[in-house]
Every structure is written in C-alpha cells, then in structure tokens.
Design a protein around this ligand. Structure first.
Ligand SMILES: *Cc1c(COP(=O)(O)O)cnc(C)c1O
Length: 332
C-alpha cells in the first residue's frame, strides 16, 4: 500500500499562500450599464491608458511583421538603439522589459531577500508593495505629508534600518506631483538603491535620468503603456548603470518581451511627430477636464503632471479622502 499522498497545501510556499490575488476592476460595459449610460459614450480612465492609441505607423509595422515563428531578440538591440537616441543614454544603460511591472519585479529579484524591507511613499503605485510581497519581502509604507511631500527623515531612518529599495514615483500615481531634488538627493546620497518610476515623465517634461551617471544606485523606469499607447503589448524600459543592468540580465527571462512589443515600440519612437501631437492633445484635454471639474465644484482636482487627475471631494465620499488614500495604495 502506498502512503497516503500528502495534501498539496503542505507544499506551497507560506508567503504565497498569504498573498491576495489581483482583482481587476469591472468592465466598462458593466459600469456603464449600472450607471444607466451608453457604453459607446463612456470612457475608461482608471488605467491611465492613452485613448487615442499609437501612431498609424505602429499599426503598419505590426501588420508587416515577419519572423513571428522565431524567438525575439532577447536584448531588443534595435529598440535599445532607438531608445538611446530618445533618452540620451547608452544602449548598455537600457534594459527592455515586458511592461514596467515586470521591471519592478526584476529590481526586487536583484535586491530583496526574504524578510528584507523596501520603502514606498503612500499613496503611490501599488505594485511596488505587491511585487515585494510576491518575493517574500516586507513593505514599509512611509506616508506623504501635506501637499503629498515626502517625509525624508522617516525614509532616511528606514534606510538606516536596512531597507533595500526606496520606490519613488514621479509624477506620482495617483497624486500627480513631481518628486523634487530636495526630496531625492539626501536619499540618493545614502547609496541605497532608489527606483524612480517615470511612467508618466513625458506628460511632465521632467526627468531625473541624467543623475544615473552620478549615482550608481539610481534606477529609472519608463513605459510605452501611457503616452505611446501600447499598454496591450507590454513593453517598457529600465535606465541604470551597466553594473545594475548586468545583475538584472541574470535574473531576467531570456525572451521576456514579444517581437510585437519590440516592433511596435521601435515604430512608435520613429514617429516623434505623432508622439508630440498626442502629448499636446492629452495635455489640452487634461486642462479642459480640470476647468470643467472646477466649474462643477463637486470634485476638486489636485494639480497634475501626468495624464490623470486626483480629486478631492467636497462632500462625504468614503474611500476618497486624503486620509484614506494615505492608508490605501492605489491599484492599476
Ligand atoms: C501604469 C504604471 C506602470 C505600469 O506600466 P506597464 O509598463 O504597463 O507595466 C508602472 N508604474 C506606474 C506608476 C504606472 O502608473
């Protein structure tokens, strides 16, 4: 008689069993139906996607794609050349990922041992914490203060206690503000790894990427999901010095991005005029919405350097007060 098989439960990693699954929000059609709206006249804004989509040249490049029967270039050489021109960095300072979310996970793989702490600055993008928990790390939320200012002494204290990574989102999702030099310089000076998530940098026309040459602990993340309109193709990039990228290459899956993603991103960068026109259109729409909301008076938008707005409600809206936001990190 064989022994009774052991229950699968006893094999799971304990920290995985503790994780909460990702629950996507409800489909636009369902929300529109509930609100009594025609879905054709409803816009889905909560993922900060680009409603105008990518350049027609991107669609042409995708349609004429050959070699889909072959594995893609593991280091996306052509796209990195194009990005070198776009960012002013060397191709060796660029690593391509399957969305910024994959790159967040890659950074955690490089630095975080089970039990290690990382710091995020709440309210902020939820994936820094979520991915850290997937890797059995600990998340220390340092709440932002008035005007969403970073509590620099509190972050310095956490670095002193051994925190492995400081996550700074600029412009910050969901508050829309930019990090300042006064906030990030003292943190960079400690030598602890800092990730600046610049998913929305084009909307702010501001970047900290040049600091990479002075601070070997700085990593900048950017994506084609927002301005470039390629969220469905999962393509993004990391800027950092060769040392960090060398480590990241060792934990990256060889074929982490798709051929379609590489082709589309390369074509997007080759149509700068479209990107620039799209940026102008989105900034104009953002301003139009701010003006309309201010007139309407129920939702008071904070200043935004990105393609989304965070609003303070004038009435009682459980779940939307700043105090609540400080406790809750925002999902996608
Ligand atoms: C949308 C978003 C991402 C994710 O980008 P992907 O490239 O689509 O994975 C990362 N960081 C922030 C702050 C975001 O808002």
């Amino acid at each position: 008689m064989p022994n009774r098989p052991r229950n699968i439960d006893s094999y799971y990693r304990p920290h995985v069993r503790e994780l909460e699954p990702y629950v996507p929000p409800e489909a636009l059609e369902i929300l529109a139906y509930r609100a009594g709206l025609d879905p054709a006249h409803a816009s889905k804004l909560d993922f900060n996607e680009n409603p105008y989509g990518p350049s027609p040249r991107v669609m042409e490049a995708l349609a004429s794609m050959t070699n889909v029967h072959l594995y893609p270039d593991p280091i996306a050489g052509e796209l990195r050349e194009e990005l070198a021109a776009y960012t002013g960095m060397d191709p060796e300072e660029i690593l391509i990922g399957s969305g910024a979310d994959e790159l967040i996970s890659l950074v955690v793989s490089v630095f975080v041992e089970p039990g290690d702490a990382v710091v995020d600055l709440t309210p902020t993008y939820s994936m820094y914490g979520g991915v850290t928990l997937q890797h059995a790390g600990r998340v220390v939320h340092v709440p932002r203060g008035d005007d969403w200012k970073v509590d620099v002494p509190a972050v310095l204290a956490e670095i002193e206690r051994g925190a492995k990574i400081v996550w700074v989102c600029s412009p910050n999702n969901p508050t829309g503000g930019l990090a300042t030099e006064e906030e990030i310089m003292p943190l960079l000076e400690t030598g602890a790894p800092m990730v600046l998530d610049e998913a929305y940098f084009e909307f702010s026309r501001h970047t900290f990427a040049p600091l990479i040459r002075m601070y070997p602990n700085l990593i900048v993340l950017r994506t084609f999901s927002k301005l470039a309109g390629l969220a469905g193709l999962r393509i993004a990039y990391m800027l950092a010095n060769r040392d960090i990228l060398g480590q990241a290459h060792k934990v990256k899956l060889p074929f982490n991005t798709t051929l379609a993603g590489q082709v589309a991103a390369t074509a997007a960068l080759r149509d700068r005029a479209y990107l620039a026109a799209n940026l102008d259109a989105l900034l104009a729409e953002r301003q139009r919405l701010v003006t309309l909301l201010r007139e309407q008076g129920e939702l008071n938008p904070y200043p935004s350097n990105a393609n989304f707005l965070l609003c303070r409600t004038s009435g009682d809206a459980p779940g939307a007060s700043p105090a609540h936001l400080r406790r809750q990190t925002r999902g996608h």
